[in-house]
Design a protein around this ligand. Structure first.
Ligand SMILES: [Mn+2]
Length: 265
């Protein structure tokens, strides 16, 4: 029996990590088949190039995810790909467009209610989070400098054969301070959205789905398809919610787990 299709306005997914063993490709496939969206945002870490370099792993299900994503673009969905740190090689194609598929460093999504959301992966803020007490002391110039340097820092790490410094991994091993790190990340992202005149922000990177307000800025994190199976979804009326697909698949009614947030409300 064909599962019901959910028609929605926008879907944001990130941190899929295709090419790594942690990826929940089958769950993602069933999610992609169950939603029909006008715009699909791929908010970074779609393919895990860092993991592929360590050892090649590419099962059929990962191929099926890629084919389904491209198939959506072919059949009328506007697909916007915002690369992250694990697929940063694609950042050099930012600004390019292939049919319905666009690649961007970051972009603005305008909701049905006319609110502007800055869409970015979030790794730009790793250095801010790592060095936050220092940066607070040094001030806002140091803060901006740190964001700019983060990419170069990781390029140098790679040149010397080190892995990407991952905030998500770091948090797992620093549980005691995890709450502080998460809030420091969220504040950094919200601050960037405000600086760029957006009403809110959509990011990924820390593998923790959430919708909240931080100093008047709507902070949305679309979660991941490794630790959880979560997506940020904007319905036809412009209401945003987080879908936890592993719970919705288990026979539970396909309702958002988080209370939908209407931006205009
Ligand atoms: Mn990331």
């Amino acid at each position: 029996m064909q599962a019901p299709i959910h028609p929605v306005r926008a879907v944001f997914i990130s941190d899929i990590h295709l090419g790594s063993r942690g990826c929940n490709a089958d769950a993602l496939l069933s999610f992609l088949r169950a939603v029909q969206t006008d715009t699909l945002y791929l908010v970074g870490d779609i393919v895990d190039i860092w993991s592929l370099r360590r050892g090649f792993y590419w099962p059929q299900s990962h191929n099926n995810v890629l084919r389904t994503l491209l198939g959506k673009a072919k059949h009328g969905t506007r697909v916007v790909y915002v690369p992250g740190n694990h697929d940063e090689d694609f950042r050099e194609f930012a600004g390019m467009q292939f049919g319905n598929l666009e690649i961007a460093q970051d972009c603005i999504h305008v909701t049905a209610g006319g609110e502007r959301l800055l869409v970015l992966h979030g790794d730009e803020f790793d250095s801010v989070v790592k060095c936050s007490p220092w940066l607070a002391a040094l001030g806002s110039r140091a803060y901006d400098f740190s964001i700019g340097m983060n990419r170069h820092f990781n390029r140098v790490r790679r040149a010397f054969g080190y892995d990407y410094w991952s905030l998500a991994n770091y948090l797992k091993h620093k549980v005691k301070n995890a709450v502080n790190y998460i809030s420091s990340f969220e504040q950094a992202v919200a601050r960037e959205a405000r600086r760029r005149g957006a009403d809110g922000v959509v990011c990924g990177h820390i593998h923790r789905a959430e919708i909240t307000r931080i100093d008047e800025v709507l902070y949305c994190n679309d979660g991941d398809w490794v630790e959880s199976c979560t997506a940020l979804v904007e319905d036809r009326n412009g209401r945003l919610s987080i879908w936890d697909w592993s719970r919705m698949q288990g026979g539970l009614a396909p309702v958002p787990v988080a209370d939908p947030v209407g931006l205009a409300a």
